[in-house]
Design a protein around this ligand. Sequence first.
Ligand code: SF4
Ligand code: SF4
Length: 458
Amino acid sequence: MKIDTKGRFSFPGGTHPPQSKNLTCESSIQPGPAVKQVAIMLSQHTGAACQPTVKKGDLVQAGQKIGDSDAFVSSPVHSPISGKVKEISLQSHPVLGRSPAVVIEANTENNLPKEPVFSEFTSSFSEEKYSVEQICTAIREGGLVGMGGAGFPTRVKIDPNPKQPKETLIINGCECEPYITCDYRIMLEWTNQIIAGVKLARKATGCSKVFIGIEDNKPQAIDSFSEALKTSGDDDIKVVAVKTKYPQGGERQLIKAVLNRYVPTGGIPPMIGVVVLNVATAAAIAEAVVCKRPLTHRVVTVTGEAIAKPGNYYMPIGLPVSEIIDFCGGVTQKSAKVVVGGPMMGIAIADLSTPTSKTTGAVTVLTEEQIGKAKFERRQTPCIRCGRCLEVCPENLMPTKIAHAVKNSLWDIAESYYIRACIECGCCSYVCPAKIEIAGYIKTGKITLARQKKKIPG
Ligand code: SF4
Ligand code: SF4
């Protein structure tokens, strides 16, 4: 049966920023640069940071584990290249400021771009020969984390916990963030690998229902999965077209759209028996379980009108942003902002030596014109109590109240307004006529609260 590519389901709130995906949506995945050096962050996931398992001067092989932790919520890190550990030092981190990383110099004769493995997967893939334990171990040891942005360790997410049985697996193919097309391209080019990962994840989680949610502005991706699933004869995996709206790719928003169910405020999807995995994570599961390759590379969209050669590139994790921009021909006009991620949820960086991580799906270079001259020179004015931020908040929060509490260091009040439930989508800032960086205040407040909890000096 042909799937209806018109999405009928969505979530309350949200907004419609310009998509701006045309720069790269037709760019097939190309190999990234030959690598001279990488810096592998020891903290590029939710949970405990890794401790290095190598030291300065050690020789490492591509795929070798170089950092790990005993904590349950954590994920090991691996070297994407063969080479020598130059140092373990603090490197720029988009969220944490400075963070420890293992810096590895590549062997000059062994630094050719790596090829992805999607061609090994066919529509007849069967998960039968892999046990649940094998799948879970490969996911844990392969260092898999949510590649859509949050970086939550996948092993923890799929944990077959009998106290919280999982019924439904949702694969997130929305990619609602403007400019970014890395997930779109892998949905078109790695369809069978993603489906193999979905089957493995289904077996590991024990979910009986599986949905692949895709925004209806990607009809080719919807068709691609529909065709592949028809060929594979697996009728239990359903493709669902959802409405194009930002942030449709948020876990909780996707669950509302696909299942018409709410995750309680402050809760997580497993509380209602649901697991959500990004399409890139599903592809990485197949690679880790079947090919025994850890997560060392990913597709990154390099985009923005200032980039000479925008496109989608399969790159080692840990490359400096400056090298990625150079590889893509540098900037062709005055850039106003370099963002790790997209313009809504991404983080603007000043230090271009910042290395990419497992969750870096894009590097976006915005010009003054793109971000709007007015916005570039934006001046914040007082809140006019228009209520637009409340209308668009997909989490039904009171953004202006939370931002006000953060500005005045009223942490108890910020918590009483559920600051921790904010998904940092940026919808409130986007619509605010007073140009108040509401989401920025909230993000800062969340970091401060997390530091207070861990008693980390600010
Ligand atoms: S308060 Fe948080 S969740 Fe709500 S719109 Fe703002 S950034 Fe998004
Ligand atoms: S959108 Fe801006 S001006 Fe309007 S209520 Fe919210 S903070 Fe105030």
